[in-house]
Design a binder for this molecule. Sequence first.
Ligand SMILES: C[S@@+](CC[C@H](N)C(=O)[O-])C[C@H]1O[C@@H](n2cnc3c(N)ncnc32)[C@H](O)[C@@H]1O
Length: 209
Amino acid sequence: MTYNRKDHFYAKAKAEGFRSRAAYKLMELDTKYKLLRPGKSVLDLGCWPGGWTQVAAKKVGPSGKVVGVDLTRCDPLPYPQVSLIEGDARDDETIREALSQVGGKFDLIISDMSPKHTGIKEVDQAGTAQVVELAYWVGSQILKPGGALLVKAFPSGDLDRFIPELRGAFSKFHRIVLKSTRKSSKEFYICCVGFKGAPLQAESEVVAP
Ligand SMILES: C[S@@+](CC[C@H](N)C(=O)[O-])C[C@H]1O[C@@H](n2cnc3c(N)ncnc32)[C@H](O)[C@@H]1O
């Protein structure tokens, strides 16, 4: 089958003013898990070009807050509840800046982060597991107790080894393959709800203001 970048969701996103087809993935996830409620604070890791941020901003509304972080600068979005940070989620400075935008910890972390594709299978697989661990590492420092983490993942041995730790940190753990994911992709999403609040022993821990 020929790879068709401009598929149904690509055309739909363009017609409806969303910056990426990925916007429909977050809508599908939220229809199932209902995490994006009015007034919630959301950290969107790997937000560029901004499709998930648009969806999250509409759902949390003006009483909520969405902080988007990406290595690539994201063009501004017309929602007062959105702040965009150009930065690396691995840096304490980025996380401190995100916390300062909210004035405390977050209700929800959503991560659609993807590492740069190298074409070397082992490197790429390790990279996809690392961004899941990174999303959790960030979450372990800045999620409110009871908070949730929604993260994109790909199958890998490294991820399988990490999942028990993730499961243990939350009261509920779900794994879901979306309809809006391309049939050729092995991508799935992990939804963890009810953060137990036990922080990781990170080398340098970022403390909420
Ligand atoms: C698939 S795109 C995200 C699409 C986005 N969710 C949307 O709906 O428009 C993945 C993004 O993850 C970002 N990324 C990967 N590693 C990152 C890191 N360590 N810190 C911040 N962003 C990262 C990449 O720069 C890339 O823009």
